[in-house]
Design a protein around this ligand. Structure first.
Ligand SMILES: *Cc1c(COP(=O)(O)O)cnc(C)c1O
Length: 516
């Protein structure tokens, strides 16, 4: 079947999906809970009764059944394969989730991370036996500091939000060290990712929101009005700003913003989740940034979401580097590597039990080295080109939130759906029927009915054209008055429209066996 040929075919015509007896649809298998497939009374293994072992539990032996479902090996296998097939993944298709940078995870990274010397390394083994792993951390740090033009990096944070915490704790440590503990106000643009204000509050700061101007960027007059004095006279601790911002736009006044904040005796935290749009082209250190987390699981292609843990190394400026957390890697006089584990009086301490997510360091460094500096720069340029291609190809049927070219993500609002009865949510659900994971919706909050699309550099022009054809057909269908098919969507998914509010507010986390 040619998907291209389906462009404006009304889904409504094929909507009367037959309810199958098995619950499966075509070769998409129905899946019940593992407790419903197996039963605690069955077992899939056949061990001989243990002989002559005396319990050493001192009378604390389990009294009843453990209650785990017993399944045969093929049943177990099928259960998990069926679940995995209900999962959408970057390995299946375009994953346009804006702000999340769902890019391809190169298999070379996986191969390197699985090499025995890397895969088997243990955080408690003697330093002399983990020199290779420390060298990976050292070289990765070098690449990150070079790409950012920043003098230090804390590798341990385990996600972007954790990196924010690292940076803001360093800022707080510096302020307290300088006897400026009255500086507690942090400016945060209203378009910011929710983690920014959350982090600031977590660190004991108060959040002061700055509005955006009509162009989607920081309103400079509003910013100036928030600055009440210079140096210690001001209560400004700093600013948390994303660049490119969450509207997918480069903050053109960023250098002036950094200068104003520094004059007020504050520090510039940059949310680096969108570094994918800058690598090799812009160095945050040149913009006056004092701290910035880098999501290895976004910019540097390590898997995320269900695919793996995150990693949020945080680069620090000269002003903050002395306050970095432990542990960190240092080179020794004999050309080897050591870990500094004990914080001095300036370091704010420790964020993680060990050294962070080692497996992600290996993967990210593998991505960097296989691309080289020219390749990283090209990845950035392709990411921006792809987003602009999507924006330009849809701008006649959808409404772009802001005028002009975008950076690495294209942002649409819901003006094109006005009076159609179709809302952003319905549009997103209809994308599922087209075989695409929906874009990020209703974020950033400053744009009404926002639809944020980040194609990343992973997509070829052919893939983008296929995606664009689907999006165009949905936009045209919405405007044609076919509300019903949108309200019904998704029609082909294993689960239809769910009550997401109820699911979030009253999650069912416990399975109770049917009464016998
Ligand atoms: C993803 C993201 C974060 C948080 O990163 P996590 O790794 O999910 O904790 C923060 N800010 C922005 C703009 C992001 O896109």
């Amino acid at each position: 079947m040619k998907t291209e040929g389906r462009t404006t075919a009304p889904v409504a015509a094929t909507m009367t999906a037959v309810k199958t007896v098995s619950g499966s649809q075509a070769l998409n298998q129905a899946t019940s809970l593992i407790f419903e497939t197996g039963t605690p009374r069955r077992t899939g293994i056949d061990f001989p009764e243990p002989k002559g072992t005396k319990s050493r539990l001192g009378g604390h032996d389990r009294q009843g059944e453990i209650g785990l479902p017993g399944l045969s090996e093929p049943e177990t296998m099928r259960h998990y394969v069926r679940l995995s097939q209900k999962n959408y993944a970057i390995d299946l298709g375009v994953y346009p989730l804006g702000s999340c940078t769902m890019k391809h995870n190169p298999r070379l990274n996986e191969k390197i991370a699985r090499m025995p010397g890397f895969a088997d390394v243990h955080p408690l083994q003697p330093i002399s036996t983990a020199q290779g792993a420390l060298e990976v951390m050292s070289v990765l740090s070098h690449w990150l500091m070079t790409l950012c033009n920043m003098p230090a990096v804390a590798l341990t944070p385990k996600a972007g939000a954790h990196g924010e915490l690292c940076g803001m704790m360093a800022i707080r440590a510096r302020l307290d060290h300088d006897g400026a503990s009255h500086k507690r106000r942090v400016l945060v643009p209203e378009s910011a990712h929710g983690t920014n204000p959350a982090t600031a509050v977590q660190c004991g700061f108060t959040v002061d929101e700055i509005p955006a101007n009509a162009g989607g960027r920081v309103d400079m007059d509003a910013l100036r009005a928030k600055l009440d004095g210079q140096g210690k006279d001001s209560d400004i601790a700093g600013i948390m700003l994303t660049n490119p911002n969450t509207c997918g736009l480069f903050e053109t006044d960023i250098i002036e913003i950094a200068e104003l904040i520094h004059k007020a005796g504050g520090y510039f935290y940059c949310d680096g989740a969108n570094f994918n749009a800058l690598v090799g082209r812009v160095r945050p250190g040149d913009l006056g940034v004092d701290a910035m987390h880098i999501n290895l699981h976004k910019t540097f292609s390590t898997p995320h979401g269900g695919g793996g843990p995150g990693s949020g190394p945080t680069v620090l400026s000269d002003a903050l580097k002395a306050h970095a957390p432990v542990p960190y890697v240092v080179k020794t006089a004999d050309g080897g590597f050591d870990l500094v584990e004990t914080p001095d009086e300036k370091s704010f301490g420790r964020m993680c039990a060990f050294h962070g997510n080692m497996g992600m360091y290996t993967r990210a460094l593998s991505y960097m080295m296989s691309h080289g500096s020219d390749g990283l720069k090209q990845a950035t340029e392709d990411a921006v080109l792809n987003a602009n291609y999507v924006q330009a190809s849809l701008s006649d049927v959808m409404t772009t939130a802001f005028e002009g070219t975008c950076m690495h993500e294209a942002l649409f609002d819901d003006r094109f759906l006005k009076d159609t009865g179709v809302e952003t949510l319905d549009f997103a659900k209809a994308m599922i029927d087209e075989g695409y994971h929906p874009m990020t919706m209703y974020f950033p909050l400053v744009v009404h009915g926002a639809m944020l699309i980040e194609p990343t550099e992973s997509e070829s022009k052919g893939e983008l054209d296929r995606f664009i054809r689907s999006m165009r057909s949905l936009a045209i269908r919405a405007k044609s008055g076919d509300i019903e098919s949108f309200k019904q969507a998704p029609i082909y998914a294993p689960m239809r429209r769910l009550d997401e509010t109820l699911a979030a507010r009253k999650p069912v986390l416990r399975w109770t066996p049917p009464s016998e």
